[in-house]
Design a protein. Structure first.
Length: 386
């Protein structure tokens, strides 16, 4: 892979923040037509539209007109809490990393793309240097010099025009919409989890959490042949959504008054036996404990979700029952697979998009994504402006 366009210095946020065209738009302010607006959060837990300079493609780079972007739970968390672990918001930081669009401009040396090509944007850009052990061995999600757009300090893809390395775009088939293309990112998360958890045809699986990641993991597990699938959540409406999305899924409502052991007993009763695999998609300590107590001897709890920096574990229960606990950090080598699965119709992600907003109304979109009472599953920002 050519190193052109991959240097992290090319995506230094100061190029945006110190540019004379950078501006924070006031609430209700109408952006100029065709301007490169974006939605950003900051260390004061504020969210607003900003105006950015229109980027110019350099060697190995392309400019993408972003047509669809999904709001991830991590975007909302950065807005409301200012940090995820050691990733801390310290200034204005553009949001978004679930995006697709069309190629608007290609830079020198770019031969694989042309203007008008439809692409999904893989938001994590590793250094790709031969001396990087993680990049060299294909586990590029662990690259210490990775640029992950929307993770502070790097500005995200929830913008009209986004500068991106040509090597980290993926062609969208004509049959795959921009909305579906934006959903390749959460699908990549689910596929990485299923791969690392060694889910096999006919395996029963517990999936904890019926948010977007839990639901897309449910769809992917079903496509992989898992059966039966039991899904849990504290929000009844999400469980109803899941039952409509995948007829045959078994759901269990999490009751806050029950202990993890008591909740696990309900899950085991729903299965009719103790399963050997849980895909934990919330990162919530009580949910992790519930998954652990649900497992049979020798089982595995695979944690996809993110949660508090430090959590307790039922150590002796894990030890006495030889239950393995594994974790996941983002994904690697999943986008091509995700696109093939959606193109072939093996995974239908379309119903996950429940709310759509224009780029100009991206702040309203964040409010909807944050408010569970709105019933949103996946909120997307759509930009049809040329």
């Amino acid at each position: 892979m050519s190193a052109a366009g991959l240097s992290k210095e090319l995506y230094d946020p100061n190029f945006v923040l110190k540019h004379p065209e950078f501006k924070i738009l006031n609430a209700g302010e109408v952006p100029a037509p065709g301007s490169n607006i974006a939605c950003a959060y900051n260390h004061k837990n504020e969210i607003h539209l900003i105006n950015k300079p229109i980027p110019k493609a350099g060697e190995g780079q392309v400019v993408v007109h972003v047509r669809a972007t999904g709001i991830c739970g991590s975007d909302v968390h950065f807005w409301k809490h200012g940090a995820i672990g050691s990733m801390i918001v310290t200034d204005e930081c553009g949001s978004g990393h679930e995006s697709s669009g069309t190629v608007l401009e290609v830079g020198p040396g770019v031969t694989q793309w042309k203007v008008g090509d439809r692409v999904a944007i893989e938001a994590g850009i590793p250094c790709s240097k031969p001396l990087c052990d993680f990049c060299r061995t294909g586990r590029y999600n662990a690259c210490p010099d990775i640029v992950f757009f929307s993770t502070p300090p790097y500005h995200g893809t929830l913008t009209r025009f986004h500068l991106h390395p040509a090597a980290w775009l993926h062609k969208l088939p004509d049959s795959v919409s921009f909305e579906e293309g934006a959903l390749m990112e959460p699908l990549a998360v689910a596929l990485a989890g299923i791969e690392r958890a060694n889910l096999r045809l006919g395996d029963p699986v517990l999936i904890c959490g019926a948010g977007p990641i839990g639901l897309i993991t449910m769809l992917a597990a079903h496509a992989a042949g898992a059966t039966p699938i039991v899904l849990t959540d504290v929000v009844e409406s999400r469980l109803k959504f899941a039952e409509n999305l995948l007829p045959g899924v078994k759901t269990v409502a999490i009751e806050r008054v029950l202990s993890p052991k008591e909740q696990a007993a309900k899950i085991v009763a729903r299965f009719g036996f103790q399963p050997a695999l849980a895909l934990e998609c919330t990162g919530v300590e009580s949910s992790v404990h519930t998954a652990i107590y649900s497992m049979k001897f020798g089982g595995m709890v695979f944690i996809i979700g993110v949660g508090k920096p430090e959590q307790s574990m039922p150590f002796m229960h894990l030890s006495a029952n030889e239950i393995d606990v594994k974790f996941q950090y983002r994904y690697a080598n999943q986008y091509p697979k995700a696109i093939r699965l959606v193109e072939a119709g093996l995974i239908n992600v379309k119903p996950l998009v429940t709310h759509r907003y224009s780029l100009e109304n991206a702040v309203d979109a964040f409010e909807t994504a944050h408010d569970f009472s709105k019933g949103a599953i996946k909120v997307q920002i759509i930009d049809g402006q040329s």
